[in-house]
Design a protein around this ligand. Sequence first.
Ligand SMILES: Cc1cc2nc3c(=O)[nH]c(=O)nc-3n(C[C@H](O)[C@H](O)[C@H](O)COP(=O)(O)O)c2cc1C
Length: 485
Amino acid sequence: MTRQYHRQTAYGRHGMSGGLLDWGNQPQPFKTYQGAKVEALPWPPELPASPLSRIIDPPPLEGRLSANHLAALLHLAGGLTARASHGGQDFYYRAAASAGALYPTEVYAVLGDVDDVPAGVYHWPVSRMGLARLRDGDHRPVMAAALDESEVHPAYLVLTAIPWRSAWKYRDRAWRYCLLDTGHVLAGALWGATALGLDHWTWYRFQDESVAEVLGLDPDQESPLAIVGLGKPSAERLTVLPLESDLPQAAPLSRREETFAAILDARDESSGAISRRVPPPRPRRAGREAVTLTPTSIEADLPVTIGRRRSRRNFIRRPITLTQLATLLEAVMGAYPGDVYGAAPGRVGLGRTFVVAGQVDSLRAGVYEFHPASMTLAPLTEGDAGAELASAGLGQAWMARAAVNIILAADLAALETERGPRAYREVMLEAGLFGQRVYLAATAQGWGCCGVGAFFDDEVRALLGDPEALPLYILCLGPIKGGVR
Ligand SMILES: Cc1cc2nc3c(=O)[nH]c(=O)nc-3n(C[C@H](O)[C@H](O)[C@H](O)COP(=O)(O)O)c2cc1C
């Protein structure tokens, strides 16, 4: 099956250089609605003091939702965490990583039963803690219908992406980044919900058109990608309210907003791919025994860790221990309540996880496949593959110095046969979600971490030595100069 995302793109020539970027037409990183009333949420919110170990193994989750819960969740998902000045202009870093710091993801809230916040449909402006009201009244029945659910949650968060923000730089390949970035934001919302003790559930599958309509989105410019139901669901019978058409208008993001036909096609079935000469697969060494992993717990506090998370690339050649690696992998791949993949019986995640071990005590350098259900690493090839991976990563040389690189991949053809064309979205969102968890678990252990979305697919695939595994995302991690401050 030839899919759009196996096409070659010009990313290698244009995307990295920045030379052809139209700086005067760069999209605004914050979406604002003119004339919308903003419902203030508590600032600073009371953040839950919660060690990561309690999120991995949480007590029973409750339902009641407050304005403080919403503020805390939004902040942990995508709030502003640091300010820098570039060329006299303020730039804000956020809780979630984003390819090229272009932040395509937006968050909306459809509220029905939240203490201190009236029912309505809202947009979170990010630059301030509040919710801009787009519609009055309780529109949750539309959400339940779009999700094909008979019960309603007290509130829903809807994560969308505006491809133009990423495509301004990354052109057709931006669809990949929209999905991965949205997964990153989702990760903070889900761990945040657990830390707050809130019952929650996640969906990647729903009727896009009705969700876009209730939020008032222009479907050519913005797509709903993930939904989180917050609080205990109930079988309440609610009246379906008419959808008025005179919503507040969003301010334009740039002088000229472009759409990319390939991205619109890719919404269902593509991502764009980079390709050059295909090297032969690395030979596999059969016969070595799988390594069993024994994790311990991580006591670092979640909100503090999210506040400290940044992309750090100044890796030093210092080993981590096998137990530390095991602990990180368990934190990332644990079966969390409310995760989409947690619902798939018999497996943790839709994709496959490969570990390129460079500097791990008592683990031979090489490429391994991680099997989360058995907590084992199956050896695939021997020898330090860091330099090869850095070359496949468009020559980002620092990748070779990371103690470990994690490659998230998927057997896409099999997944699509099993789950239909939407499988690609699901597994990419999941890769972003895992990616943010890798960042957080690495930060909690005092290491640096950086996501890498810029790589030649075929070369990474050859390094894995598995023609079925399509690489989706790479996370580099390990000790860094000066540690995490
Ligand atoms: C999907 C994705 C792909 C990324 N790819 C790269 C990459 O190829 N090279 C790189 O140096 N950083 C990469 N990053 C890191 C971003 O540049 C970084 O998140 C962004 O500049 C914001 O900074 P922060 O993570 O410190 O908040 C990527 C991040 C994401 C989420």
